[in-house]
Write a protein that binds this ligand. Structure first.
Ligand SMILES: *Cc1c(COP(=O)(O)O)cnc(C)c1O
Length: 496
């Protein structure tokens, strides 16, 4: 089999190996790396029922990361998916009120970002060795709350790397912020910015495509990479759990081989749902990819109209990890539906940068039939948490509740009774205040850690280690900057 090569969504010319794409993160022209063809699984789902998460991860990841040897890939997988997760299953399915919740929050920082960020450091250091990289890798990360902590947990004190995280100072939950500002490690830096996630992401992308800065860094022995889902090394590990969930349903007799399922994904930067789309292209029988947005419903409007329009008010919601108006990974989908026309894609993306709006052709829109876009208001989200808890005792977080509410709307609209899997992207403990006040508004007077203890009482789920750790932990980072000072901060940290 020929290696899969990666090229930029904005320039089909230059092609790099998977390991180089992982190292670079973003292409020099500001585009995202995409595989030159989408592979297919070479095993049947029945053949996988006796496999554990790690074995299935290998079967999926080897198809995309073709220049990693089997030993290299197995080393990465085995180092990532171990006792850092609080369950041997890694990503268990829970059934509640007519849907399966794929719990992706059993890792070190209790959000789904752990699924990919526990392996990315290994993929990256392996890639550095393979490519005889001499420079120290500087991971620049913009976070809407969860990526930052998960990336630092993975990269803290990893030889040959440093990591800088930018988060929106007033746009994350109390637990999210405390998790980040208490992060230990000689090579980590956490900075709050006076701006929102889009500002953070735009600032980071700008530094990536600044060729002058890149040259200067190189002279000082540094090279940038990314831990955001713009990195293909983030995306590929996220494909695994969709295949794993299907195999699990098959093993437990909930579906027959070949049966189609729906997947519902609470969406922000479009990374998780794009991984589900890649899974469908691998041969996973997915009927609808249900893209759930919160009140920042730019994607819902896009699926309705074919117009992407970020010119609107940015809303701070109870699902902050989805408070995003520029969904980076949508670019990879736009590239595919334009029949891999990098010229066309580049044109649309420059319209987005210049005017904040672009419109796809009707031909492109037809290729979006696999997707259903929906959104949930703040009221619908809170009601979903309350109702599901009332009916079943199962407590979900606000992001998962957005997905669950959208699924309810979809089911009513479509009368589609297929088995459906909802990506459950965070532990309710991470958003305890919003979750508890959704269930009963009288909780609002309690402080954050008392709410956590109350959540434990009502959900009967043990308080995760990640939360216990931060109760008493000292704050180690208190830097705050303006959005146009991001580059200065990075220079300061690197001493250049
Ligand atoms: C990041 C995140 C999302 C959004 O995922 P994308 O891949 O950015 O679409 C949803 N829920 C939680 C809890 C997250 O951390």
């Amino acid at each position: 089999m020929m290696d899969i090569m990666y090229s930029s969504t904005r320039n089909a010319g230059e092609k790099v190996t998977a390991s180089k794409a992982v190292l670079q993160g973003l292409a020099d022209d500001g585009g995202l790396y995409v595989p030159d063809r989408l592979p297919e699984l070479d095993l049947g789902f029945r053949d996988m029922v006796s496999m554990d998460y790690r074995q299935i991860a290998y079967e999926v990841m080897k198809l995309f990361l073709t220049d990693y040897t089997k030993d290299e890939l197995m080393h990465c997988i085995n180092s990532a998916y171990d006792s850092k997760f609080d369950t041997e299953e890694i990503a268990p399915l829970s059934y509640a009120d007519g849907a399966y919740y794929l719990e992706l929050f059993h890792g070190a920082t209790i959000a789904f970002k752990d699924m990919a960020l526990s392996i990315l450091p290994y993929l990256m250091t392996t890639a550095a060795k393979k490519n005889q990289l001499k420079e120290e890798i500087v991971i620049l990360t913009a976070t809407s709350g969860d990526t930052g902590k998960a990336a630092m947990a993975g990269f803290a004190d990893v030889e040959g790397t440093r990591i800088v995280v930018f988060y929106p100072k007033n746009g994350v939950s109390a637990v999210q912020e405390k998790q980040m500002v208490t992060q230990k490690g000689k090579n980590v830096k956490v900075i709050g910015i006076r701006g929102n996630f889009d500002d953070a992401q735009t600032g980071v992308k700008k530094m990536f495509s600044d060729q002058e800065l890149k040259k200067e860094l190189k002279e000082h022995g540094f090279v940038f990479s990314s831990a955001n889902s713009i990195n293909i090394g983030r995306l590929v590990p996220q494909i695994v759990y969709y295949v794993y969930a299907y195999v699990n349903l098959l093993k437990n007799g909930k579906i027959q081989e070949g049966d189609e399922i729906n997947v519902v994904v609470p969406t922000g930067n479009f990374g998780n749902i794009l991984a589900a789309y890649y899974a469908k292209n691998l041969g996973l029988p997915i009927h609808k990819l249900i893209c759930a947005s919160n009140e920042n419903k730019v994607l819902y409007d896009f699926f309705q109209s074919g117009i992407y329009d970020r010119n609107r008010e940015f809303v701070l919601t109870s699902s902050p990890s989805m408070d995003i108006l520029i969904s980076s990974n949508l670019e990879r989908l736009i590239y595919i539906i334009s029949e891999c026309d990098s010229e066309k894609n580049r044109e649309l993306m420059s319209k987005l940068t210049e005017t904040g709006v672009y419109e796809i052709t009707s031909g492109m829109k037809e290729k979006l039939a696999d997707f259903y876009g929906g959104y949930a208001s703040e009221e619908m989200t809170a009601k979903k948490i309350r109702d599901l808890y009332g009916k079943t005792g199962y407590v979900i977080d606000t992001h998962t509740a957005v997905a669950s509410a959208v699924y309810e709307t979809y089911k009513a609209d479509s009368e589609d009774e297929r088995v459906s899997v909802i990506a459950s992207t965070a532990s309710p403990y991470k958003f305890a205040r919003s979750v508890m006040t959704s269930i009963d508004s009288s909780y609002q007077d309690l402080d954050d850690f008392t709410l956590i203890d109350e959540l434990c009482k009502i959900s009967k789920v043990e308080v995760p280690k990640a939360v216990e750790e931060i109760r008493q932990a000292p704050v180690l980072h208190d830097t705050v900057c303006e959005k146009d000072e991001m580059q200065m901060m990075v220079r300061g940290f690197l001493g250049i």
